[in-house]
Design a protein around this ligand. Structure first.
Ligand SMILES: Cc1ncc(COP(=O)(O)O)c(C=O)c1O
Length: 426
């Protein structure tokens, strides 16, 4: 695919169709028109996801029976598992279902830490507590060292060397996020993995894709990693479940499972709701529908991959507009008193998550001012357990996190920028 440093927007026609597939896109039914730019905290939901979730959830039937409805539900389950594999491009390994991405991460980190000999675990200072606390908890439990890579204060990401310099022959596990949920910086996952394995070829590696997955494609086979996870509620789907991937070698490590013979590599503990399997299919079918506009190849992974790549390019176009404006509307870079953080000119290593602050008004007050103008954003503050470590690292009291989604249009961005002009002039 061609390189588009400033992104590539969907056609107006496709943009319109995309918008029409989301629930409560422009309006909250109780509170009126609003623009939802808080998708990093939980994304706008697909209508298809909402509809099938309640439709399939209504059936009482157990999928392992023989009657018609039960066999239908079994088909939905199989299809959901296949579709989840498409998201990860998992041709090998096992899927692991849990109630949250954090639960899945603790299970993967714990299984490796408890079973693989070694003396340290490496992670980064920017991690969400789901990774950081899992690593810390199991380091304490196994009496091994926790090594934490520092951030690059200019890019808001982590340089590969900062991680690789901490790896040695005794590293049990490297666990890190693919992109920061606060700065939007995409980590150079490929270079990190190659660098780390050049020091320790047998190293176990888990990547947290919760924040990055809804913005771009990834491939566990190509990366040759041992674990990865996603959270469907940040991925246009429902809250309350999560899928993780574990490699064949992790799948076979002793882990909590039903002890049925022949079940040694299985990581699905108990029965998750059929509605959740239907939900993951809604996500994959939607992304593949976008992909179908851009490729003639009907291979399921190719359709999905093409869809995600175009989502990424459209979002890059929106990011460019937010920062640099256009058509007579000033971008954040040109609004005095507004300060978008961690931009050094190159937006190709950013997801559509913009950390912002104002010189004239505090972050929580600015969030309230946006809300008065019908725009929902959120502040990530140093006094919140969930953003404390990154904020301390960057010596910031907090930032406003602006997180639109690919279903937004240039007009939505311009409305946000006009509100920003007003707030900057308060
Ligand atoms: C990067 C990252 N990883 C993991 C999680 C945890 O997801 P969950 O709340 O589903 O456990 C989040 C949630 O915000 C996140 O942003």
């Amino acid at each position: 695919m061609e390189f588009y440093p400033e992104g590539l927007l969907f056609s107006d026609e496709l943009q319109y169709e995309i918008k029409s597939r989301f629930m409560h896109m422009d309006t909250d039914p109780g509170y009126g028109r609003r623009i939802f730019f808080e998708n990093a905290g939980g994304s706008l939901r697909l209508k298809q996801s909402v509809q099938t979730f309640s439709e399939i959830g209504a059936y009482p039937d157990c999928a392992s029976r023989r009657h018609n409805r039960a066999t239908d539900l079994k088909r939905i389950e199989k299809k959901g598992l296949n579709n989840a594999r498409i998201i990860f491009n998992a041709k090998s390994g096992q899927l692991h279902t849990t109630i949250s991405a954090t639960r899945g991460m603790f299970n993967m980190v714990g299984t490796i830490a408890e079973n693989v000999p070694g003396k340290n675990i490496v992670t980064t200072v920017l991690e969400h507590p789901s990774v950081f606390d899992a690593a810390k908890y199991y380091c304490k439990k196994m009496d091994i060292e926790l090594r934490v890579a520092s951030a690059n204060l200019q890019t808001g990401g982590i340089d590969p060397e900062a991680i690789c310099n901490l790896i040695d022959k005794d590293t049990v596990l490297l666990v890190f996020m693919a992109a920061s949920n606060i700065t939007g910086s995409i980590f150079d996952v490929d270079t990190i993995i190659k660098g780390a394995r050049s020091v320790n070829p047998e190293l176990y590696i888990i990547v947290d894709f919760v924040q990055h997955a809804p913005h771009d494609v990834f491939d566990v086979e190509e990366l040759k990693i041992d674990g990865a996870n996603i959270a469907p509620y940040k991925y246009f789907g429902q809250r309350g479940y999560s899928f993780s991937y574990v490699s064949d070698r992790v799948a076979l490590l002793p882990h909590q499972r039903v002890l049925r013979p022949g079940n040694e590599s299985n990581w699905i503990l108990g029965s998750i709701a059929q509605a959740q399997y239907a939900d993951v299919s809604s996500i994959v079918e939607y992304v593949s529908w976008i992909g179908d506009h851009f490729t003639k190849d009907k291979n399921p992974r190719c359709l999905f991959e093409t869809g995600m790549k175009h989502i990424h390019l459209h979002e890059r176009g929106l990011l460019h507009r937010i920062l640099f404006g256009g058509n007579g509307v000033s971008g954040l870079k040109d609004i005095s008193n507004a300060e978008p953080l961690f931009y050094n000119g190159d937006i190709t290593c950013k997801d559509l998550i913009v950390p912002l602050r104002f010189k004239n008004i505090s972050c929580p007050k600015a969030v309230d001012e946006y809300a008065k103008r019908g725009i929902i954003v959120f502040e990530r503050m140093a006094d919140s357990y969930y953003s404390m470590r990154p904020m301390e690292t960057f010596s910031l009291p907090g930032v406003i996190r602006v997180s639109p989604l690919h279903c937004h249009s240039i007009e939505d961005i311009d409305t946000f920028l006009e509100a920003t002009q007003e707030i900057a002039a308060i």
